[in-house]
Design a protein around this ligand. Structure first.
Ligand code: 13P
Ligand code: SF4
Length: 306
């Protein structure tokens, strides 16, 4: 297919400014296709965090949502972390504040607090352990048997992890508005329409959806399964941006998005124009107060190491 000259020009300018700034572009698997294509690394929250911690670039342009850039800033304190669109937040991360978590901890003073990475730096600073959807069960598995566990903010990932580990958990009533749109009826319809397909869903989906699926995994986990499975048709139960990467990596397989409702408007805010502007103007820098970063990095380390 001929390349649109305007897009090519933007890509060339981004490459030029990236070199000038000694920058790396990290893109989440839900970003729009052109943004995924110009990213040096695309991945899930865990993969992106690890890359952010390892990079020797001076500048990280984070194409994702705010908590991801904040996590990169904590894990890479000497780097400048930029987010091209300041409005790109995560509604689930905003569903619990540090003050609310402190109140919950006061109710259960002996509980170990596990926070999902989709949370603010302040909430991470109040937590003992942090996890992503790729390693929630491993992280919870490190908690001695018999200890109470508080899990915030995602009640669905918490419920799924409780089921996988056999541990009881005190769950916060948070959820992802995008994944909450995926219903059991969507799974039933997908199975009727594509009886031979493998059904993969993200653990941010409601628990009944997770129990009906063949595979429950993070976005990069789903990419790995799609590469390794013999199934030629796959139903994808997560944000629609993942389909681009799945199709690129598996041109011989067919992918079906489970529901058009599963779109995250925040993940779609970045564009080539904004990435270029971000590099040119060194905007918008994401920083975390030193004391918050110091406390949050303890819980984040458990996530990166798990
Ligand atoms: P992962 O890519 O880590 O699976 O997370 C999904 C998500 O919703 C990020 O906001
Ligand atoms: Fe947050 Fe859900 Fe969007 Fe992920 S998909 S950034 S959890 S709102």
């Amino acid at each position: 297919m001929p390349v649109n000259p305007q897009i090519q020009r933007l890509k060339d300018d981004i490459a030029l400014w990236k070199e000038r700034r000694n920058a790396v572009i990290l893109g989440h698997n839900y970003q729009i296709p052109v943004v995924q294509d110009i990213s040096d690394f695309t991945g899930d929250s865990l993969g992106l965090s690890r890359r952010a911690a390892e990079t020797d670039a001076d500048v990280i342009v984070f194409c994702g949502v705010h908590f991801m850039a904040e996590t990169a800033a904590i894990l890479s304190p000497k780097k400048t972390v930029l987010i091209p669109d300041r409005q790109a937040g995560c509604p689930m991360a905003d569903m619990i504040t540090a003050g609310q978590l402190r109140e919950l901890k006061a109710e259960y003073p002996d509980a170990v607090v596990v926070c999902y990475v989709n949370s603010s730096a302040q909430v991470k600073a109040e937590s003992d352990l942090c996890c992503t959807s790729a390693n929630a069960a491993e992280v919870v598995g490190t908690i001695p048997a018999g200890r109470q566990i508080i899990f915030v903010p995602d009640k669905y990932l918490g419920a799924w992890t409780a089921r996988q580990t056999g541990r009881e958990m005190i769950l916060w009533d948070g959820y992802c508005p995008t994944h909450a749109c995926i219903t059991a009826e969507d799974v039933r319809r997908a199975r009727r329409e594509h009886p031979d397909a493998l059904v993969m869903v993200h653990p941010e989906c409601p628990i009944d959806v997770c129990t009906m699926a063949d595979v429950v995994d993070s976005t990069s986990g789903m990419c790995r399964v799609a590469r390794e499975t013999d199934a030629e048709q796959i139903v994808v139960g997560t944000e629609k941006g993942l389909i681009h990467r799945l199709k690129t990596e598996n041109p011989d397989k067919e992918f079906f998005h489970i529901s058009p409702a599963a779109t995250c408007p925040n993940m779609k805010l970045n564009s080539l124009e904004k990435v270029l502007w971000s590099l040119q103007e060194m905007q918008h820098e994401v920083t975390v107060p030193a004391e918050v970063a110091r406390r949050a990095s303890r819980s984040l380390q458990s996530m990166v190491d798990a």
